[in-house]
Design a protein around this ligand. Sequence first.
Ligand SMILES: Nc1nc2c(ncn2[C@@H]2O[C@H](COP(=O)(O)OP(=O)(O)OP(=O)(O)O)[C@@H](O)[C@H]2O)c(=O)[nH]1
Ligand SMILES: [Mg+2]
Length: 327
Amino acid sequence: MENLSTQELINGIKSGDKRLIGKAITLVESKKPEHRTQAEELLKEIMPLTGNSIRIGITGVPGAGKSTFIENFGKLLIEKGKKVAVLAIDPSSSLNKGSILGDKTRMEELAKEENAFIRPSPTSGFLGGVANTTFETMMICEAAGYDSILIETVGVGQSEVLVSDITDIFLFLKIIGGGDELQGIKRGIMEMVDVIFINKVEEDNIIKAKNTKVELLRALHFLPSKEHNWKVPVLLGSALKNKGLEEVYLKVDEFISLKLKNKTFEKVRQYQAEKRFDYWVQQYILQKTKEEKSVENFYELHKKNAAELKSNPSSEAKMFVEKLMNK
Ligand SMILES: Nc1nc2c(ncn2[C@@H]2O[C@H](COP(=O)(O)OP(=O)(O)OP(=O)(O)O)[C@@H](O)[C@H]2O)c(=O)[nH]1
Ligand SMILES: [Mg+2]
């Protein structure tokens, strides 16, 4: 990696230079400890410029139309005067190469927009883990003036949990399948979702789509309300034909306004930050562990005991931390 100073990167971010924004993101994604130190420096400096965006998570099964949706929804946001950053987390990309590349080509038009920035997120971070690396990428985008962040993740369960930990609103893209309409939406995901968009609704399946909507609304009725006074809406449309996206925009806007009114917008962000703090405490303790030979040795010893099923992993972890503290 080209050696740019922290200040050069910060200036680049502030002036909205996409090449330097990209370099700064590469820095926070780096697995090298010395890069991490520079990343911390950079993030500390840009912190006051972050937070001023709406963070939108978008999920759905592979092929549901997430990228197509983001392409057209992103363009709609730009028409409304927003600056849009798109981050894609694809936990399957290591198995199924080309998915992320696919995203790039599917967002061709959005990528050409001056006010859009598109970036795939790595599926594994060094210390960060997926959600933390993505969060820091989001901070850089916010500092560069992007006020709408769209995060695409494929609907396989785990990644939604991560994405819902860093976003303000969660959108679920559903396609109509045969048989049980609730199949494919795990209860856990349903509980995280704030807006549902049934995609690929076109002339030939509109009746089916309406039935699906009724079924979904019925199922949602039995779930506890995540946000006070919010009923998860089920919208119909076609991402490809640009139908129904304005309604999604209005619902997103309504939901964010409600969160601000209920004072949960800030509260949830604070709670998310607490979780990140705890995460980083663990990561930095682990990193320190590896820096000192004697500590590393007893770390490895307890880990081995756990791995060999000699005793409970939590007991081994407790013994290790107690030794570490008394050192
Ligand atoms: N008919 C129709 N096709 C659509 C619509 N939205 C997306 N598609 C098509 O569905 C296919 C998958 O779309 P993508 O946008 O790549 O879906 P995705 O959810 O991002 O897929 P992954 O990233 O692979 O999980 C593409 O061939 C799209 O052109 C729609 O509203 N109507
Ligand atoms: Mg996609």
